[in-house]
Ligand binder design. Sequence first.
Ligand code: ZN
Length: 458
Amino acid sequence: MRLYSTLTRQVEELPVTDGTVRMYVCGPTVYDRIHIGNARPFIVFDALRRYLEFRGYKVIYVQNVTDIDDKIIRRAHQEGVDARTIAERYAAAYFEDLEALGVRRPTHSPRATEYVPQMIELVQELIRKGHAYVLDGDVYFSVGSFPDYGKLSRRSREEQEAGARVEVDERKRDPLDFALWKKSKPGEPHWPSPWGEGRPGWHTECVVMSRHLLGETLDIHAGGSDLVFPHHENELAQAESLTGKPFVRIWLHVGLLTVRGERMGKSVGNFEYARDVVDRYGSEPVRYFYLSRDWHKPLDFSHEGLVEAQRAVERVYDFLWANEGGSAQAGSGDLGALEKRFLDALEEDFNTPAAIGVLQEIVAWGNVARQRGDPVGAQAAAALVRKLGQALGLFQEPKPTVRGLEEELIGVLVELRAELRKRGAYDLADRVRSRLGELGIELRDGPQGTNWTVRPRT
Ligand SMILES: [Zn+2]
């Protein structure tokens, strides 16, 4: 498989030596629920993980939980509780949100506060090797000690200073030097260290946890493109200063989610919680919305886009549920060629929009087969969509079934609605229809009366 790496700005072969892909994705800071923009990399990399497994690799997927940070402390002060209470609450919410989004749990979800002794060790080692220095209880990384500093983000010095939001501190050797360890202020959580009571810096935690769980060189390190600088640049500087080895084989970054061209963010206030969006549209339309766009690029969030994705997903399910029972092996030459195109698209830089386009072509092919009186062909196409959908986490819902009492009760309501319409009580008739719709039961009026279908509430 080939992937575009941010470090080399080139599409490169993913080197897999022992059949295992070691992958680290930066996780959330748990001070609030995640917004739908935060969810974009989580969904894209969940899909990449599924695809690698689909191709037979073993994937060790690590995603940290940052459970100590300024934002957590600030929220704790606002609510008059301790930082741990906030972190516990939103870590639990984060795992609930992953589930609602249909994102599988990482293989490991290490928490920063579980690795404080290892972080202290790493900082000590950096000091010993001349890459870090102590300033009155704080410890800073010296960017001047690492000549390759800036090679990931390739920013000019001015852009680096602007991006790092450098605080003016005359004592630092270089304004870009960043904190590895912070002296704690009164009322803040703190741990003992050789430099006094304090807490670890964010950029250090990912280096320590990735190294501990995946080794010194990761196959893939991934995150949102807002993490390239300073977070990933600073991780790289620490890791490579320590080991002298490449920290990461391939760096992947997902474009930001924007709202009318502006980055979606908690601080901007233009965000929607991931959970609210999933409750409204379902998790699969959200996944489809993200994967049918080029994930490297910024993407504008739109409700129209989600409604469109919802319809596209529904059309695929209508086809699948009407043509169950076939086998993907029974496919003719056309289907074989489509399968190959699907896999080729994903092999070349995980081109999910092209792959989804091929899935739609398979559905179209199946519909044509059905129309020309070839149900076996249509079933083979449906089975192929099911099989290939696994690679992206799409189209795996079984046809919902209702039987017995449920079926009879729906029949009674449909009958009552017809009677209400006859008597001109259209408002009540519409209410029956919309309440059933909320339960996933869709009524379709036709010349022969009303048909109904059930959709899963995903
Ligand atoms: Zn990180």
